[in-house]
Design a protein around this ligand. Structure first.
Ligand SMILES: *[C@@H]1O[C@H](CO)[C@@H](O)[C@H](O)[C@H]1NC(C)=O
Ligand SMILES: *[C@@H]1O[C@H](CO)[C@@H](O)[C@H](O)[C@H]1NC(C)=O
Length: 471
């Protein structure tokens, strides 16, 4: 809650700006990018971009806010925006303003604000790292493939920094694939890229103006893995004090964004290919990391119960009825039960008050989620005191919903909608505190204000390491 409040004070700084589109020149150009090192990692379903910055205060007064510009299409698909102080490896408060757009060099952009722990004096420098994860600007290239053929993806991005500040020295590198090449298209400059160690180095440049050139660069790379995207996840958790259980049910609409097959699907060819154990762009199995001590697992799809699943060491391995090739979809439901005590704490300081903390996701690795609708059903008569989640929430609501067993008003239902989630935030939890007594008749539905902000929660991201780009 504290982080939310603090971010709010950052947002307040912008209240004096007109909502809607504002000229970006209204933002003070207090900094210079002494060094701007951009590393784009393409190893996963989504793009992971790390920017190492050395920034210098060129203003006449101390400053503690740095603005990071994001193109609108990136903002629409952003899964993570976070900032760190390089030296101490400490996370910084940062947020993207969701409602405020700016016009910069004819483009609509959004601004991410990074707040430094203390103001930097005029003429002084500091080092920060900005991590940006998004799911856009990558597509299969040339489009269709044959079974067993190598798969290439095409990433289009801007070649130079699109920064609000003058950049003294800049470099751009790509990593995360065994083979890279640059595709020259109309509008792109002659290729300047070369492979070096495991990276694709696209050059170093000096003295670049703020919002300088919008020159695109097109990078082709080999990626023989499926590209799973969950267009919708509907996750329901039923909390029962009476049975002491938390029952989970998840409905997935999954699509594989990898290249579609050139000539349709041939089972004979597929068997041959499978026999060769070739890594390829189709999804044969899904591995879900469930909360410890889960029981009573099930797996169904449109046709009915699917028997090809296994539960091993906390992981649920699902084998869909058919391999999910590029462009194919699969809708399915899984469910399981946990002891309620795995997630519920009783608040001893207050009467009849509970704190529930549930994981936000339990889905497969290397996956992007467009939309997650999480519903938590509390016992009838429960009064929700607070709902809190560190991830970008698009809406939160507390309502009541009748089910067959309810005698009076129905279950108290907490609904949280989220978008653009990545698998690596699966350590994050949602917290619900509520009051509940057996004779509780006192119940007050409330609506919690809607807000989106891309909050940084060090605690949650420190736990995960895979996402970090080793450097
Ligand atoms: C999955 O569900 C969506 C939405 O209801 C539907 O449009 C799609 O056709 C379904 N896909 C399959 C393979 O059944
Ligand atoms: C699910 O969440 C999205 C936002 O991420 C929202 O637009 C949509 O209406 C929600 N759907 C349901 C069924 O609540």
């Amino acid at each position: 809650m504290l982080a939310g409040t603090r971010l709010f004070t950052i947002l307040l700084v912008f209240i004096h700006l007109v909502m809607g589109q504002t000229d970006i020149k209204l933002l003070p150009a207090s900094w210079e990018n002494v060094e701007y090192l951009r590393n784009v990692d393409v190893s996963r379903k989504y793009v992971q971009e790390r920017t190492n910055l050395r920034i210098k205060n060129i203003d006449e007064k101390p400053n503690d806010e740095y603005y990071f510009v994001l193109r609108e299409e990136v903002f629409e698909n952003v899964g993570l925006f976070s900032a760190k102080l390089t030296k101490v490896d400490a996370f910084l408060e940062s947020a993207i303003l969701p409602d405020q757009t700016f016009a910069a060099n004819g483009k609509t952009v959004k601004v991410g604000i990074v707040k430094l722990p203390s103001p930097i004096a005029p003429g002084k420098e500091t080092d920060i790292v900005i991590d940006l994860v998004y799911n856009c600007n990558v597509e299969p290239f040339p489009g269709h493939v044959s079974l067993g053929e190598n798969r290439e993806l095409l990433l289009s991005t801007n070649k130079y920094p699109f920064s609000g500040y003058h950049t003294e020295s800049y470099s751009l590198k790509f990593s995360g694939s065994s083979s890279f090449s640059e595709l020259e298209k109309p509008g792109s400059e002659p290729s300047s890229c070369f492979s070096e160690n495991d990276e694709f180095n696209c050059g170093s440049y000096d003295s670049l103006d703020s919002f300088g050139s919008l020159t695109p660069i097109h990078i082709m790379f080999e990626h023989n893995l499926p590209l799973p995207r969950v267009s919708t996840l509907k996750r329901d958790v039923w909390v029962s004090h009476w049975a002491s259980t938390a029952q989970f049910e998840e409905y997935y609409e999954l699509v594989n964004d990898a290249a579609p097959l050139k000539s349709g699907f041939s089972r004979a060819e597929y068997m041959k290919d499978q026999y060769a154990l070739k890594q390829n762009g189709y999804l044969q199995a899904l591995e879900m990391a469930l909360p410890p001590r889960s029981e009573d697992h099930y797996f169904t799809d449109l046709v009915g119960a699917v028997s090809t699943f296994k539960f091993l060491q906390g992981h649920l391995f699902l084998k869909p009825r058919y391999p999910i090739f590029g462009g194919w979809k699969y809708n399915f439901t899984i469910g399981w039960t946990n002891e309620l005590s795995d997630f519920l704490r009783f608040d001893k300081t207050k009467d009849d008050t509970y704190l529930l903390s549930l994981p936000v996701l339990n889905g497969p690795d290397d996956t992007f989620y467009d939309e997650v609708n999480l519903s938590i059903y509390l016992p009838e008569g429960a009064e929700v005191l607070d709902v809190w989640c560190p991830l970008p929430i698009t809406s939160t609501a507390v309502t009541t919903e009748n089910s067959f067993f309810d005698l009076n008003n129905g279950h108290t239902k907490v609904t949280v909608d989220l978008k653009n989630l990545i698998d690596t935030v699966s350590d994050s939890e949602i917290f619900v505190s509520y009051k509940f007594s057996k004779i509780s008749l006192y119940r007050k539905p409330l609506s919690i204000a809607t807000s989106i902000f891309f909050a940084l929660m060090a605690y949650f991201f420190l736990k995960q390491t895979t996402f970090m780009i080793e450097h």
